[in-house]
Design a protein around this ligand. Structure first.
Ligand code: PSU
Ligand code: MN
Length: 304
């Protein structure tokens, strides 16, 4: 494993001294936003994690090495190099063996965070069961990773480009708890309430840390999903965004977009067709998730 895992000294030091660490993904940098919003968001996430007293570890694959913690040059590389492919679990071994680059999704960021023993990970939204998933079988590897890998993921739910009800069913089947951060509603990314419920409403970061610690004491090895709604002032108009999502899905079907290209296609469509409004919302929620993840990570180190 050490042949492949390259943990940044600052992150390693934190891990060895029970200091809080928060993982961040790189697909969101390479495929989730355009330049320069991607770099701005990545840096703002790292900054807010430092401010909360934790250490950020942005994860990605560069030249066949799994970077756990990026420096400025790495962040810029992932933000500007548009040829970096999106690496899901199935792509990991070929990417590493052939010394290529790869942007890590929620699934692979969780995988590598677990290898480094990082417990908290912040992102925007997770992948899930796509609409018409019952016929296309398009179910994100993120869900199966949550089922088997012990990392706790702070996100703003999932975009309603997905079938959220089916997404929740798959998580339930696999025993993944959805913990609401000060909310009973399962958020749907751009808005605070999808109409569905979380499994448990946690009142603060301390309580979530206690739940995570309980899971670890019991040697339960799956992840949890911590649902943190977009800050109110950035919430989008539900009718507007739902109309745009319908348009995006119709366009993806017309263009015959399949497999791993579906999610990036839908994200790019929304960013292009909402006058930059979805980008502002997306940025705000990701940074907010980084902050909450850092608070939980700090609370967890105090309990341990
Ligand atoms: N959803 C978002 N933004 C993202 C992604 C999902 O709102 O950037 C990215 C994440 O990296 C996630 C991946 O893990 O897309 C899911 O892709 P797929 O649906 O192909 O599993
Ligand atoms: Mn898919």
């Amino acid at each position: 494993m050490n042949d492949y895992l390259q943990i940044k000294p600052e992150v390693l030091e934190a891990l060895n001294t029970n200091k809080a660490v928060v993982a961040l993904e790189s697909t969101i940098i390479s495929h989730g936003f355009n330049y320069p919003e991607n770099l701005e968001t990545a840096k703002a996430c790292e900054d807010i994690i430092y401010k909360e007293g934790a250490i950020p570890a942005t994860i990605g694959i560069r030249n066949g090495k799994i970077l756990v913690g990026m420096n400025q040059d790495d962040l810029e590389y992932f933000a500007t190099n548009k040829s970096i492919t999106k690496v899901s679990r199935r792509d990991v071994i070929s990417t590493l063996a052939t010394k290529q680059d790869g942007a890590t999704t929620v699934a692979t960021t969780m995988m590598f965070a677990a290898m480094a023993n990082i417990k908290l990970f912040a992102t925007g939204g997770i992948g899930g069961v796509h609409k018409h998933g019952e016929t296309t079988m398009d179910v994100s590897a993120d869900l199966l990773e949550l089922a088997q890998t012990n990392v706790n993921v702070v996100c703003s739910g999932a975009k309603s480009i997905l079938d959220l009800e089916k997404t929740k069913e798959v998580l339930e089947t696999h025993g993944v708890s959805i913990l609401g951060y000060q909310t009973t509603a399962f958020p749907d990314f751009y808005t605070r309430d999808s109409g569905l419920l979380v499994d448990y409403m946690a009142k603060d970061a301390q309580e979530i840390a206690e739940i995570i610690l309980t899971k670890d004491k019991l040697k339960i090895t799956n992840g949890t999903l911590i649902a943190n709604p977009i800050p109110e002032e950035f919430e989008m108009d539900p009718d507007f965004i739902r109309t745009k999502i319908k348009e995006a899905i119709a366009s993806s079907i017309k263009e015959n977009i399949k497999g791993k290209d579906v999610t990036p296609y839908l994200l790019a469509y929304l960013h292009k067709h909402t006058d930059g409004k979805s980008v502002i919302a997306n940025k705000a929620l990701v940074i907010n998730n980084a902050q909450v993840a850092a608070k939980i990570a700090v609370a967890l180190t105090k309990l341990r």
